[in-house]
Design a protein around this ligand. Structure first.
Ligand code: CA
Length: 377
């Protein structure tokens, strides 16, 4: 303890800052959860995003570029018509989807995808009106700039916030690290828009010359899990590190989350990345994982079915494959628990049903929709 205290004192003398190093995962073993698991539907090719409709139907994306409806009996539709041109391949394709907060009246579905264009591909977000067998009037409302020659690290979760805002998470496109700290690009950023795609007047960089006005926060590697906190209405994100260094963040307006300058991981080759784990002007993660969980899909649980889980953050893990539960006290993680490790499935998205049951999708060549319900009393 004394030694740590001394190190902290010297650090504050030498740099003028005292850092609170982020707490890391204790790497818990997967345990039996208080639920039974059933398969709702199956046979999806690398499903990526799931949305639960108010009438009991579901919408699911397949990375290969298909969007399907699933009725209440688990019957799956043919692919819906009306999607834009999608650059499917490697990690690219049709990715997240989410319903408009006013879906009951506007019938709008928002989705993210890898868009082909001059220079390569880029993450994009579009919206369209759900009809019986199509999305109608599809309109691209945001495009990542610039498009680059890469099929990796597209992000991309869509999360609605308060006051008609929406967040879009992105990635560093794997081979574009220098652009992540560059505010003239939207690579490695969290984006904040109005629901029609326009830029909110109170975004942090709207008045900074040379910066993209839609940027909310920067210095992110690849964010494939994100959720709005039900009480604070703030965005929480979980991003992929390289080898080690997956991070939980609570991104604040205009702040720099460090990639690729600071990280708790190393490169896949074992080589060091950046300068270390801490630097002035760069935020520490709330929590990090090493080894990684490969996070995708997240929500703050608010249901009645699993009362003990209310307020907890549930995250899909693709590697080793689990449902990760973080118990929170305010903005701090107090406990990590893992479930479903025995399935050895890549959990790609997590959604909550109206009755509090939890729906997961597995990112596999023949992926499934799984439903978690409480064990009979
Ligand atoms: Ca970081």
């Amino acid at each position: 303890m004394l030694r740590h205290a001394l190190v902290a004192v010297f650090a504050s003398v030498s740099t003028g800052f005292v850092y609170a190093a982020a707490p890391s995962s204790p790497q818990p073993k997967s345990e039996q959860g208080p639920f039974k698991v059933t398969t709702v539907a199956e046979g999806f090719e690398h499903p990526w995003g799931l949305a639960l409709l108010p009438d009991g139907r579901m919408l699911i994306t397949e990375r290969a570029g298909r969007l399907r409806l699933i009725d209440k009996n688990g019957k799956t539709s043919a692919p819906l018509q009306g999607l834009p041109k999608i650059a499917a391949g490697s990690q690219g394709g049709l990715l997240d989807l989410t319903l408009s907060p006013k879906f009951a009246s506007d019938n709008l579905v928002y989705f993210s995808f890898s868009e082909p264009g001059e220079g390569g591909t880029g993450t994009a977000v579009a919206r369209g009106k759900l009809a019986a067998n199509a999305l109608e009037n599809v309109q691209v409302i945001w495009r990542q700039t610039p498009k680059v020659d890469s099929q990796l690290h597209f992000g991309s979760r869509i999360v609605f916030g308060p006051n008609d805002t929406m967040f879009i998470t992105t990635g560093d496109r794997y081979n574009q690290r220098p652009k992540v700290q560059d505010l003239s690009t939207t690579i490695g950023k969290v984006i904040r828009l109005k629901s029609d795609g326009s830029v909110p007047a109170d975004n942090p960089f709207v008045k900074r010359e040379g910066a993209r006005p839609e940027i909310w926060s920067y210095g992110h590697r690849n964010i494939q899990a994100a959720a709005l906190h039900p009480q604070t209405q703030q965005l929480w994100t979980i991003e992929h590190g390289a080898r080690g260094g997956d991070e939980l963040n609570n991104p604040q307006a205009g702040k720099n989350y460090g990639w690729p300058v600071i990280t708790y991981g190393v490169d896949y080759s074992g080589e060091k990345i950046g300068t270390g784990t801490e630097q002035a002007g760069m935020e520490q993660p709330v929590y990090y994982w090493d080894p990684v969980i490969a996070p995708s899909g997240a929500l703050f649980y608010t249901g009645e079915a699993f009362k003990d889980w209310q307020g907890d953050l549930l995250i899909g893990s693709m590697t080793p494959g689990a449902l990760v539960r973080l118990q929170m006290e305010g903005a701090k993680v107090v406990k990590e628990t893992r479930y479903l490790g025995e399935l050895k499935q890549r959990i790609r998205d997590v959604q909550q049903g109206q009755d509090g049951s939890i729906y997961l999708i597995t990112d596999m060549p023949k992926g499934k929709i799984l439903k978690l319900e409480p064990l009979a009393p």
